[in-house]
Ligand binder design. Structure first.
Ligand code: G3H
Ligand code: 13P
Ligand code: ZN
Length: 309
């Protein structure tokens, strides 16, 4: 099956109340770990690349590695640009064969976000590509995504309806309390399900996207720290809350941090336990396997997308 857009998988997710995992990819081992898990679970999957990832892996390599994954499997796979910062980046990805792009205009005021999103939608739709947009601001710090906690803002449900009507975007990322990275909550983890419910009421047919949705899996953080990392007090969105989100109208759940932790934990373990090892295959093989296990768990036990391919 060739690369697909997210249209059909989102329609199914809204009808059957499950979510699709969107996993950030940066290299071959990450792509293989994710796709092996999705394939075993017979689940649709979204492979997403940030502009940082595209710069790192280089556009051609990324595209060809994803094509290889698509050739080897029979599940619906979408290739998505994560946090497209401007029209030019989105256009380049549409032209390169991505089937979905995100334009992240959340750093702009409402009117500018509408204008920019609409510009991307017009171009992408003319080329058969779907568009994710964002309204509201997530707190958190990533390489290219940096919003301070005081600047974070929950999505306004009325604005969401106006935004979707005016831009024609295909899916909408909303801010309901998640944030990027490994430090999401100081106290108890909590999401604003009341806002999600109001958004769903206003735009029932628009697939909703949750960014910053890693669990920051405690066992992986512990393993990283045990083998020399310094990641104290990391905290994410627990599985139960993500499961509730998948049943409450969230169609796409974004995960990057958990994959970083999975890979790092296993590489650190090999380095610590086998200091004489210097064959990259010896540490990248368990790293890829940990990614596979992590993704399989999310698909099967949390998002509910097993056998929905
Ligand atoms: O939401 C951001 C993703 O985790 C991607 O991060 O820009 O460092 O690749 P990145
Ligand atoms: P995490 O940092 O929680 O994995 O979020 C990833 C994300 O939202 C990518 O767009
Ligand atoms: Zn994000």
């Amino acid at each position: 099956m060739p690369l697909v857009t997210t249209k059909e998988m989102f329609e199914k997710s809204m009808k059957e109340h499950f979510a699709i995992g969107a996993f950030n990819v940066n290299n071959m081992e990450i792509i293989q770990g994710i796709v092996d898990a999705a394939s075993e679970e017979n689940s649709p999957v979204i492979l997403q690349a940030s502009s940082g990832a595209i710069k790192y892996a280089r556009p051609n390599y990324l595209k060809k590695m994803v094509e290889a994954a698509v050739e080897e499997t029979n599940i619906p796979i979408a290739l998505h640009l994560d946090h497209g910062p401007d029209f030019e980046t989105c256009k380049a990805c549409v032209d390169a064969g991505f089937t979905s792009v995100m334009i992240d205009g959340s750093k702009y005021d409402f009117e500018e976000n509408v204008r920019l999103t609409k510009q991307v939608v017009d171009y992408a739709h003319a080329h058969g590509v779907v568009v994710e947009a964002e309204l509201g601001k997530l707190a958190g710090i990533e390489d290219d995504v940096n919003v301070s906690e005081s600047d974070a803002k929950y999505t306004d449900p009325d604005q969401a309806a106006e935004f979707v009507a005016r831009t024609g975007c295909d899916s909408l990322a909303i801010a309901i309390g998640t944030s990027h990275g490994a430090y999401k909550f100081k106290g108890e983890a909590k999401l604003r399900f009341d806002i999600l419910a109001k958004v769903k009421e206003k735009i029932p047919n628009t697939p909703i996207v949750l960014h910053g949705a890693s669990t920051v899996i405690p066992e992986l953080v512990e393993m990283c720290n045990k083998y020399g990392a310094d990641i104290p007090g990391a905290k994410g969105v627990p599985d139960e809350i993500l499961h509730e989100a998948s049943l409450s109208g969230v169609s796409k759940i974004n995960v990057d941090t958990d994959l970083r932790l999975a890979m790092t934990a296993q590489i650190r373990k090999v380095f610590a336990e086998e200091p004489s090892t210097f064959d990259p295959r010896k540490y990248l093989t368990p790293a890829r396997e940990e990614i596979r296990k992590t993704v399989a768990h999310k698909i099967k036990d949390v998002f509910g997308s097993s056998n929905k391919a």
